[in-house]
Structure formats: C-alpha cells, structure tokens
Design a protein around this ligand. Structure first.
Ligand code: SF4
Length: 286
C-alpha cells in the first residue's frame, strides 16, 4: 500500500466516524412512533413501549458498533430522497396545510392523544378534488426494473448452459399487489401509508417509488384497507391496554419479555434493555 492509499484509508475511516458521531448525537425517541409499528413479528415487543410510556427518563441509546456507520449512511441517503420531493412539492405542488392553516403538510409530526402515538407523513397533497397522503421510497435498480435470467456454463448440457436463476420481474411492470411480493420496500411502504390513512382519516395514498440508480420513479395509488390495518391497530391497543393495567394494578401486570437475556440481538438494540432486565422489575414480578 503506498502513502496515498494509506492516507485514503485513514480518511475513509474518519468519514465513517462522522456518520457514527451523527448517530450518537441524535436524541432517542421516548415515545411510540408509527414507524415502530412496522417491526416484524420476531422483533416486536409490547413490553418495550409500555416501559417507554412508564419510564421515558430511562430510555437509553443502544451503543453503535463500528459497522453501524452504514446504517446511518443509509438513513441519511433515504432522507435526501424525501427532502428532494418535499421541496419540489413545496415549490410547485398543491400541498395541504395543517389543521391550524400555518404549516404545509410536509413531514409534519402529528400526535393522536387517544392512541398516544406520533406519526409524520412524508407529504399530504391535493390533486383535483382529492387529498392524497404521500409515502416516498428509494429502491434498488434490480428491484425496480427486475433482472434477466442468469445462466451458468454446464458441460453436461447440450447447449452448454443451464438456468441458475430465474428472471425476476421489476416493480415498474407490476401491479401494486405483485410489487408488494417482489419488494420488501414496497410492502413496508403500503403498510406505512395504510396506517397513516387511518391515523389521518384520509382515503387515498400515493406511493412514490424512485429508482436509486437513475431517478426514474413509479407512482402507485392505493385506497385504505381495513384488514391490512388491523394487526397494527392491535399493537397500539396492546401497548395502551398494558400501560393502563400497569398504572392501575402495578408492575406485576407488565407484559412478558420476548428476550431471554440482555445479550439477545433484539435486547442489544433495545432502548429499555437495562430497565427491562433490572432487579427493580424482577422483584415486583416475583
Ligand atoms: S430487552 Fe427485549 S424483552 Fe426487554 S423490553 Fe427490550 S425488546 Fe422487550
């Protein structure tokens, strides 16, 4: 490695450190946000949010590992897509104003007191007579356009090649139902937009999916779907129901742990881990 390469390596490390610093500087959420509801079944823990409701002062930031710079970079890039579209809507679109008519509905944070839940739609715009909730996502090129069949050289075959990977359709040629199966990003966008439609009492949403490689974008329109909303509504009810039970009948009512030890992968990323495994809770649970 020559001097320039070494210098470049050091610089790269220092840039990664900047991402980590950025991550460390961010204040952790001390309350339930709608994005938390999207956690997978294996990562969902009601107890985490009940503890957060009861002990917001005990929320801790899980320690960032050296490789977590990449996750920070991923979030920062996603944020750039959002800002780009929001600025375009602000300048040239018909953005709906907040209930008090003071602010455009561009990443505005809303609070639902009954549900004790925060959420921030990417945008709410008007087009014709209809108000649309907008959900913005960037997506990888392969997922966007699909990829062709992949063949591998195989001597035993007459023509020498065999199919090793079957062609995958891109979301750009798919219906929304198909795209939800082709792409986890689209699937999550649908769930998020659908939840927001119920929280805002709107009927229709736009999914704006941008190809990260070439800025082509695809638009889907969807209507709200009650069946899709139910499991997430249930999670909110479960958190609030259990918070109520603990407040009124004590910590013995606290919902059970899903982690077996503080070293579990899920626990290591949990902002309530120390409290969750502390003796204070153990004693009460008996
Ligand atoms: S440490 Fe695990 S069980 Fe405890 S609150 Fe966090 S996620 Fe839930």
């Amino acid at each position: 490695m020559n001097d320039f390469q070494q210098e470049a390596e050091l610089l790269k490390l220092s840039f990664q450190q900047m991402y980590l610093q950025k991550g460390r500087d961010q204040e952790p959420h001390r309350e339930l946000h709608a994005a938390n509801l999207l956690e997978s079944e294996s990562e969902w823990c009601t107890r985490r949010y009940v503890l957060m409701n009861l002990y917001p002062g005990e929320v801790q930031k899980p320690e960032l590992k050296s490789w977590d710079w990449k996750r920070e970079a991923y979030f920062a890039t996603g944020w750039v897509y959002h800002e780009k579209w929001q600025s375009l809507f602000r300048l040239y679109g018909n953005v709906v104003l907040s209930d008090d008519n003071r602010l455009p509905e561009l990443d505005l944070t809303h609070f639902l007191p009954g549900e004790n839940l925060y959420f921030s739609p990417d945008a709410i715009i008007q087009f014709g007579n209809e108000k649309y909730l907008v959900e913005i996502k960037g997506i990888n090129h392969d997922e966007y356009v699909g990829h062709p069949d992949l063949y591998e050289w195989d001597e035993s075959k007459v023509n020498g090649y065999r199919l090793v990977k079957k062609e995958r359709k891109g979301i750009v040629n798919a219906t929304l139902e198909e795209a939800m199966k082709l792409s986890q990003t689209v699937y999550k966008a649908v769930i998020q937009a659908n939840n927001y439609l119920y929280f805002t009492d709107l009927q229709k949403a736009i999914l704006l999916i941008e190809n990260k490689n070439n800025q082509d974008f695809h638009v889907y329109v969807m209507e709200r779907d009650e069946e899709l909303f139910k499991p997430y509504e249930f999670r909110v009810d479960e958190i609030n129901g259990n918070t109520y039970m603990v407040k009124n009948h004590g910590l013995k009512m606290l919902s059970d742990r899903v982690c077996h030890s503080p070293q579990d992968k899920l626990a290591q990323q949990c902002p309530m881990r120390d409290l969750c495994f502390s003796e204070r809770l153990e004693e009460v649970k008996g």
